[in-house]
Design a protein around this ligand. Structure first.
Ligand code: HEC
Ligand code: HEC
Length: 319
């Protein structure tokens, strides 16, 4: 594949700022961020499919949303890039550059081996409340082409900075949605709205600021609905354009408290998918908020923490 060789030859690494730890002290090593330059996408047929895939990541709602130009697949008007920022290439933001080489993979949520196309359809069904893209559709092939192309930048690396979100330290007390509510009003509501409703673009086809709860936001059972998963993303990325992975605005505890507020189902009910998750309940993640569980920790503790005792229990069980 000629494009792969060209892409790897032109692969650009640039030196980002040095990593600061939570006390603001600078570590000695530099982070080598992988920069994906979309102008390198070739102008041949494969390149056209990659370009469409990138456009689908960035402008999902306009292309395949409820009023999409190409087809009507999504149930809401969010874009993939609202979470997988910069079309899945931003470090510490649910980065997708490894996805192509990670699948097919066993997934406990479905209790079966999924292809990357299945996994893409998972995100289309939830958080986007959509109907799956046909496997041979132009759109699905475009997503797959794009994931293969961004993978070519990192395929041979053992790891790369920002491949995973920031790791948080979990407090010994549960995440507190009352504290989160106050923080939300001060730091988030100016864009996402007091009722988490977001701000719709005047065209009514996509959001300027995406919604965080309500019937237009992601559903229960989406990964973003798990408090630790959301908090690890918030710390590096929100408030938008202010927080940076090495200059977070929120402390770990604040990020968890806000995620607890946003994801508190008694305050903010969400659409619940009909599908049954984790047929083998032993494989449920420690902070999955929907029972039954294969342990005696309460539903509350699974949802809000403290998480360490559950993590330790699961670790002991698997030894
Ligand atoms: C509301 C936020 C959100 C939106 C919107 C979203 N995703 Fe995701 N996606 C996630 C989270 C969270 C994960 C799980 C990440 C983890 O477990 O670390 C994920 C995982 C994935 C994965 C699996 C990655 C891997 O290596 O296992 C793929 C592929 C993916 N998403 C594609 C998409 C596509 C394509 C869209 C748009 C159609 C989309 N996502 C929209 C939040 C979102
Ligand atoms: C300056 C405006 C602004 C502020 C302030 C802000 N956000 Fe965001 N937020 C955005 C934008 C824009 C996006 C979409 C990012 C993208 O598409 O790259 C987003 C995306 C999100 C998402 C993922 C998408 C979704 O709708 O689920 C979450 C969760 C989120 N923000 C939470 C927060 C929280 C919590 C705070 C406060 C700590 C906050 N934001 C502050 C603008 C903002």
């Amino acid at each position: 594949m000629k494009y792969l060789i060209v892409a790897s030859l032109l692969m650009i690494f640039y030196f980002g700022c040095s990593i600061e730890n939570q006390d603001g002290k600078t570590n000695s090593e530099n982070a080598n961020f992988v920069f994906v330059d979309s102008t390198l996408i070739t102008n041949d047929e494969f390149g056209e499919s990659v370009k469409l895939g990138r456009a689908l990541m960035l402008h999902t709602s306009e292309l395949i949303g409820p009023e999409g130009n190409m087809g009507k697949y999504l149930g809401n008007k969010m874009n993939c890039s609202n979470c997988h920022q910069e079309a899945g290439t931003k470090p510490f933001a649910f980065n997708l550059m490894r996805a192509h080489q990670r699948y097919p993979q066993y997934r406990p949520r479905e209790n079966k081996v999924l292809s990357l196309a299945d996994r893409i359809n998972n995100c289309i069904e939830r958080p986007h409340l959509g109907k799956p893209l046909p496997y041979d559709s132009k759109e699905m092939i475009a997503f797959l082409s794009y994931f293969k192309w961004i993978n070519s930048f990192v395929q041979k690396l053992d790891s790369f900075p920002g491949e995973k979100n920031l790791k948080l330290e979990f407090p010994k007390i549960p995440a507190d949605s009352r504290i989160g509510a106050q923080l939300y009003l001060n730091k988030c509501s100016s864009c996402h709205g007091e009722n988490g409703e977001g701000v719709m673009h005047e065209s009514n086809r996509f959001y300027v600021y995406p919604p965080l709860w309500g019937k237009n936001a992601y559903q229960a059972g989406s990964s973003m609905h798990r408090i630790t998963i959301m908090a690890s993303w918030l710390k590096a990325n929100m408030p938008h354009l202010i927080a940076k992975y090495n200059q977070p605005v929120l402390t770990d505890k604040e990020a968890l408290d806000i995620a607890a507020f946003i994801n508190n189902d008694s305050l903010h009910p969400r659409t619940v998918p009909i599908k049954v998750d984790y047929p083998n309940i032993k494989t449920k993640p420690f902070d999955y908020g929907i029972g039954p569980f294969a342990d005696t920790f309460s539903l509350f503790q699974h949802k809000f923490g403290p998480f360490e005792p559950i993590i330790a229990f699961k670790r002991n069980q698997s030894n």
